[in-house]
Design a protein around this ligand. Structure first.
Ligand SMILES: *Cc1c(COP(=O)(O)O)cnc(C)c1O
Length: 409
């Protein structure tokens, strides 16, 4: 595959015009939208209005006048179609970690005498840490971790909740949500899915898969901005029956009655806790409008096509012989990233940043390239691979500066 092949693919790409929606530095090739999505232009306009008019001029009136108070619900409804959820089941609030605690505790409250929270040992650490904290606090539940291939055998009638992340952050490997949810239900367990690396990258069908609970991240593929709020999904059938332990006033039936006893609001709104952060919510709200005319199937198809450019380099160019792809890459079994293993992965990622290609490093030896189709062209990926080739053949990454670790990798 050469430059002209990439240009030809770009000429046929129906998503190509979306690039103009983003404020990305000219020469930069950004392969890290799966950690922090880039800035959509429309977010700038929205935040300027929010800060100057809604906050600056209209002040506290804005809770009613600009409907700040309902933003967690209205933004939740914008996310719902991206996760295959009918209305009334998605709320945008808090961080993924906090939401995970809320839905996991809710699931546990339906467990009767079952005591096991089951997860895969490679799950994203915050998911495991939050589950550990919940287990300790409860004095009843224990977190059991098994390898992915051991999961089917570990599902039995001791398992209250199966907690999994659909797309693995290291390898991009994807669980089959439909069959695993069914297997869990067959033994009477509930399922919590973390969609942080799924939503906005691959089609997700929560209702169709009969999922019980889910959470996901607002600042990755949804481009809500650094620390933008996350979302949670609770299937309608469970909403009335669970105890949501972070029972703050924003989930109360009548918060402005200021009564001293908690009484949950009807529906998904009971999963709110405290006052929503309107800056992050508004930014995510504006970014979500990008999705009005995009279907996630074509986004996924373009990820596959972009990954073919990477695979072509790996398969045909001896400069990449020390790099091995792990995981399946984009497609039915993978998310939208490509993960490449190399023993100098950290230094290589740092050296790539020097030549204006941003990917990221994941422990222990992974160069992770996020192939987000909303703003990347085939030519971008081709150029990024050329620059990676140059980094590898020159061995510039061996210079000492490139292996100095920073706190955030
Ligand atoms: C990014 C990510 C998170 C992030 O959680 P925060 O609470 O926003 O820090 C959680 N889970 C998974 C699987 C992620 O990829």
């Amino acid at each position: 595959m050469n430059r002209d092949d990439c240009l030809a693919l770009d000429a046929k790409d129906t998503l190509a015009p979306l690039r103009d929606e983003f404020d990305l530095p000219e020469k930069l090739i950004y392969l890290d939208g799966n950690s922090l999505g880039p800035l959509p232009h429309r977010v700038c306009a929205r935040i300027e209005h929010l800060v100057k008019q809604e906050w600056g001029a209209d002040l506290i009136k804005s809770w009613n006048q600009h409907d700040w108070i309902n933003l967690p619900l209205t933004v939740g409804e914008k996310i719902a179609p991206l996760v295959g959820a009918a209305p009334g089941q998605v709320l945008c609030a808090d961080s993924t970690s906090i939401n995970l605690f809320k839905v996991l505790a809710s699931a546990c409250s339906l467990s009767n005498d079952r005591t096991v929270i089951l997860s895969s040992d490679d799950n994203f650490p915050t998911d495991l840490y939050m589950a550990q904290g919940l287990a300790e606090l409860s004095g009843k539940f224990e977190l059991k971790l098994v390898r992915r291939d051991e999961l089917p055998g570990a599902l039995d009638d001791s398992v209250a909740v199966l907690l999994l992340t659909e797309v693995d952050f290291r390898s991009g490997l994807r669980f089959d949500m439909q069959s695993i949810t069914k297997a869990a239900h067959d033994v009477g367990s509930l399922v919590v899915w973390d969609l942080s690396h799924s939503t906005g990258a691959i089609p997700v069908q929560l209702d169709q898969c009969d999922v019980d609970f889910a959470v996901g991240c607002g600042y990755k593929f949804l481009n809500g901005g650094p620390g933008a709020p996350a979302y949670l999904y609770v299937a309608e059938r469970h909403q009335r029956n669970v105890n949501q332990p972070l029972s703050g006033w924003m989930g109360h039936a009548r918060p402005f009655d200021f009564v001293s006893t908690y009484e949950p609001r009807a529906g998904i709104a009971r999963f709110a806790s405290g006052t929503p952060g309107i800056l992050g919510l508004s930014s995510l709200d504006a970014a979500l409008d990008l999705w009005h005319n995009i279907d996630v199937e074509s986004v996924q198809a373009k990820s596959v096509s972009l990954a073919n450019v990477v695979k072509d380099f790996l398969g045909n160019d001896p400069a990449f012989s020390a790099m091995a792809m792990i995981g399946p890459g984009p497609g039915h079994q993978g998310g939208s990233q490509v993960s490449l293993r190399h023993k100098h992965a950290y230094a290589i990622v740092q050296a790539l940043i020097e030549v204006d290609v941003i990917g990221d490093f994941r422990e222990p030896d992974i160069v992770r390239l996020g192939l987000c189709p909303l703003y990347l062209s085939h030519l971008d990926v081709f150029d990024a691979m050329q620059r990676l080739r140059e980094v590898l053949t020159s061995e510039i990454y061996l210079e000492p500066g490139f292996s100095e670790r920073q706190f955030v990798t």
